[in-house]
Design a protein around this ligand. Structure first.
Ligand code: PBG
Length: 323
């Protein structure tokens, strides 16, 4: 007898029948960049197809996304109001809280709103925490991050997602949310976030590049897998409702390790640089974009992610790439 795995690859229907991994629109999260000017819609050069949007174009865009079956939106606030202590980020009537209220008024519970919680977009030095003598100080950053999360949750965010990588921030956020009577707001921790060059295009989009130094004193070293798993365990103990691995494509092994042990939903962040590389190669006709995106998104789910944050989400559904 010859062993013939090809039998089940013979027809499209057979292949479909035995597929081990499927990606459903509910597993995809589209990220959005919100700006102060309510009517703005500005292209981001390094991320073709993605714009910075004021709240009104954002409402239109998300309305279209909902029709495609994309029911979760991740919001980043992009502001020109920057100072050492990120005061625009903690303002209860700031940019992101206003956008959340408007989206909630428009879409009610049809939309799940996730917000990025980090100081880097609102600090004049561009670091994710408070800077003292050139050092990012951990514990002083926690009350600011907590205030930011409470402002988002009070405005109606379903899930707050701290991406700063300060130690103890999940516990600090949970305590602050509960103290403010917001015990139903979930925390999606960017638990395993590497110091990665794949964030380059995002930093252009968000204007959040550090003025001096880098993020290596708080984000993980890309060489460390054991430490990556430990970060996810710490955040689970601190009360994270969901975990994340970011970036995703060069870290599928980490997704696999964490998925095997974690007991909460796991999210992969298919980051800006991963998106831009695909876009650039596709523009040159070097790869078939739809097939590559389909392969990438399935690889993240196959590795063990329950959900994927990706800038490709809308286009993938619009163009039927995942069918
Ligand atoms: C904020 C933040 C970053 C990203 C998400 N939240 C940038 C960074 O840490 O420098 C990157 C997202 C992407 O590249 O798509 N801290």
């Amino acid at each position: 007898m010859k062993i013939r795995p090809r039998r089940l690859r013979r027809t499209p229907l057979l292949r479909e029948m035995v597929a081990e991994t499927r990606v459903h629109p509910r597993q995809l999260i589209q990220a959005h960049f919100v700006v102060d000017d309510p009517a703005a819609k500005v292209a981001i050069a390094s991320m073709p197809g993605i714009q910075r949007m004021g709240v009104e174009p954002l409402v239109d865009r998300i309305g279209g996304d909902l029709e495609l079956g994309l029911t979760t939106a991740l919001l980043f606030g992009i502001t020109k109001e920057k100072d050492p202590l990120a005061s625009s980020a903690t303002n209860p009537d700031g940019l992101v809280p206003r956008a959340i209220r408007r989206l909630r008024e428009e879409f009610g519970s049809r939309l799940t709103i996730v917000t990025d919680v980090c100081l880097c977009g609102s600090t004049d030095h561009g670091h994710c925490g408070v800077l003292r003598a050139g050092q990012v100080v951990n514990d002083e950053s926690l009350p600011l991050l907590s205030a930011m999360a409470v402002a988002h949750a009070e405005a109606g965010a379903d899930i707050v997602a701290p991406s700063d990588m300060m130690d103890g921030r999940v516990a600090a956020l949970r305590e602050a949310l509960d103290a403010a009577g917001l015990s139903d707001t979930a925390i999606l921790s960017y638990s395993t976030k590497f110091a990665s060059a794949f964030y380059g295009p995002f930093r252009e989009a968000a204007d959040s590049k550090p003025q001096a130094g880098d993020r290596k004193s708080y984000q993980l070293d890309p060489r460390n897998a054991r430490e990556a798993v430990r970060e996810s365990q710490i955040d689970t103990e601190e009360g994270a409702d969901m975990l994340m691995v970011k970036p995703a494509l060069s870290y599928l092994d980490i997704i696999g390790h964490i998925a095997a042990t974690c007991e909460v939903p796991l999210v992969a962040y298919n980051v800006s640089g991963e998106y831009s590389m695909v876009k650039a190669a596709a523009e040159r006709g070097w790869i078939d974009e739809g097939s590559v995106v389909t392969e990438i998104l399935h690889s993240m789910v196959r590795a063990g992610s329950d959900l994927v944050i990706t800038y490709h989400a809308r286009e993938a559904l619009q163009k039927g790439w995942l069918k």
